[in-house]
Design a protein around this ligand. Structure first.
Ligand code: B1M
Length: 212
């Protein structure tokens, strides 16, 4: 099996130390960092993302695959930088004010990273103005808000309002998600995108960044 295919398969199995080893071996064999990223690591994460969307794998498998992705990225990152591969886009992500649920948000973050985006994680209980401050500081293309409670999803409207007040909405798109969030809710608060799961979120985020 070609080394990049093997890397993709091992990543899907969540075998972090083996993935790390293969990334180092591929670098030694002068395979380009771009090919290692796209045909090895990202290809594996894409398969996992699709399987997750189709309920063929579940949260634990996604988390261990993401850990293997991060292990491989540790080795690859310095080489990507030196080869001037541009990040595909920049996202800030957080769980909204008053809400401490972060498992779904972390999955979305990992899937975004898996698509080659640079992601700044603001954590949980993030105030609307912090989303805006950090989007400006990091020159983000997209603000990603997660909420798991019907009582906190209303904070997403405050994020939209703050983005509008800052005159940023022509530059930054707002994507929202989380179990109680719906497309109707998204439309009603003037957010740009609702996505129901981490794999769809990463697909849409990549499209947003490519278009911007
Ligand atoms: Co909480 N909790 N919880 N909880 N909790 C829920 C959400 C609840 C539905 C349980 C229930 O009553 N059946 C309920 C909410 C009811 C409601 O508002 N409708 C609830 C409640 C009430 C509470 C507390 C108020 C309980 C209390 O203290 N009385 C409290 C609130 C604390 C707070 O946030 N201020 C609370 C606390 C907690 C724990 C701390 C114990 C823990 C969180 C641990 C953590 O996150 N680190 C917890 C948990 C684990 C849950 C359940 C059991 C599981 C949530 C989860 O992680 N799911 C949950 C019940 C349930 O959902 N079955 C529940 C797995 C995760 C992968 O799914 O987060 O939906 P999810 O993410 C998905 C999608 O939604 C989407 O992609 C992800 C993967 O595909 N997605 C996005 C998420 N964010 C996205 C953003 C995007 C796009 C897609 O774009 C930006």
């Amino acid at each position: 099996m070609h080394i990049l295919e093997e890397m993709s398969t091992l990543l899907q199995q969540g075998r972090a130390p083996k993935v790390k080893e293969l990334v180092a071996q591929a670098i030694d064999e002068n395979i380009s960092p771009k090919d290692i990223l796209e045909q090895g690591l990202l290809s594996g994460m894409t398969v996992i993302g699709e399987k997750f969307k189709n309920n063929e794998v579940f949260v634990p498998e996604v988390l261990i695959a993401a850990r293997a992705m991060n292990a491989g990225m540790e080795i690859l990152k310095p080489h990507l930088v030196s080869n001037n591969i541009e990040a595909k886009g920049i996202a800030v992500i957080g769980t909204v004010k008053g809400d401490l649920h972060d498992i779904g948000k972390n999955l979305v973050k990992m899937m975004l990273k898996g698509k080659g985006l640079t992601v700044y994680d603001l954590g949980v209980d993030v105030a609307p103005e912090v989303f805006v401050e950090k989007a400006i500081e990091y020159n983000a293309d997209i603000i990603c808000c997660s909420a798991l409670l019907t009582t906190t999803m209303t904070e997403m409207k405050n994020v939209v309002d703050k983005v509008n007040q800052a005159g940023l909405h022509n530059k930054v798109k707002i994507m929202i998600g989380g179990a109680p969030v719906t497309q109707n809710f998204c439309d009603s608060i003037g957010a740009d995108y609702y996505t129901p799961d981490a794999a769809t979120a990463s697909d849409v985020a990549l499209q947003i960044c490519i278009a911007s």
